[in-house]
Design a protein around this ligand. Structure first.
Ligand SMILES: [Zn+2]
Length: 283
């Protein structure tokens, strides 16, 4: 059995409130390591609590504040391709104010392996938004998290939607020492190359199984720069699209990478797992 590493899971979210332990057990029994990623303070704290609970096992935490959590609103979570919806896709965000010291404490925990998810999201602006002000706010919070990542010496997990150019120029100003993962990457190879040149890893998830639009990207990004992820409960890979996703299904993402690259599945499993362990400082 080849092991795998789901580098971006949210088993710490309410979608798993009733069965998080069963879901994590299933993953661990299948040889899958999991990093649970926080998107606000409460879910970041819960990610650390799970990682502590599974001390000695392959469950880790990332702590951060997702850019959409900076505003108080409700919207539908859906992928780019449309007809897809989960029962629990309505996302309510809280308008959290970034508290550096509170996150610092979580970030210092030995079970915390990365700072994220943090980043820029220009996709979810709404009519009437003061877009320039909101972009500035996202950038200033992101700069704060870069400082935090450098203070604790850990890599970052970055979410970016419709904002790759701004992300690149921000990183060129304040490049985090340990780099990290550009998660759920959905840009072109040309854009991916800019992140690769700057030392970042590319995170591939179930979106890659929805169509062949990402095949070229998968072919061109070297295997030693790819990590796989689920982003569960969202983005379940085909043939589970639309269902609640979970770390076990990361196998389908790795299978897609193997098929597109034309390399054995075991190579994808081995290399992406080694990549994840290296970036998270677990090697
Ligand atoms: Zn996520």
């Amino acid at each position: 059995m080849s092991s795998l590493f789901d580098t971006h899971a949210h088993v710490n979210f309410n979608a798993f409130r009733k069965d998080a332990d069963e879901v994590l057990r299933r993953a661990l029994e299948a040889g899958i390591s999991v990093t649970n990623v926080g998107s606000q303070f409460s879910t970041s704290r819960r990610a650390v609590e799970y990682a502590r609970k599974y001390e000695g096992e392959a469950v880790y935490a990332a702590v951060g504040l997702h850019p959409i959590q900076l505003r108080d609103r409700t919207f539908e979570h859906r992928d780019d391709e449309s007809d897809w919806e989960l029962p629990s896709t309505e996302i309510r965000t809280r308008g959290e104010v970034f508290d550096y010291d509170a996150y610092l404490e979580l970030a210092r925990d030995p079970r915390t392996v990365a700072i994220g998810e943090v980043g820029l999201d220009y996709h979810h602006f709404e009519e009437g938004d003061d877009v320039e002000m909101m972009k500035d706010e996202q950038k200033s919070v992101l700069r704060g998290f870069v400082r935090l990542a450098d203070e604790v010496g850990k890599p970052m997990i970055i979410h970016c939607w419709d904002a790759y150019d701004d992300l690149l120029s921000l990183l060129d100003e304040v490049m985090p020492e340990k780099r990290g993962i550009i998660h759920s990457f959905i840009g072109s190879y040309k854009t991916a190359k800019k992140f690769l040149d700057r030392g970042w890893m590319i995170g591939i998830n179930g979106i890659a199984t929805y169509s062949d639009s990402y095949d070229r990207l998968i072919r061109e990004v070297p295997l030693d720069r790819i990590v796989v992820e689920t982003d569960c409960p969202y983005l379940a890979p085909v043939p589970h699209k639309g269902e609640r996703n979970e770390p076990l299904l990361v196998k389908l993402v790795a299978e897609k990478v193997a098929a597109v690259k034309g390399v054995p599945y075991s190579d994808v499993a081995k290399t992406t797992t080694a990549n994840a362990r290296r970036i998270f400082g677990l090697a």
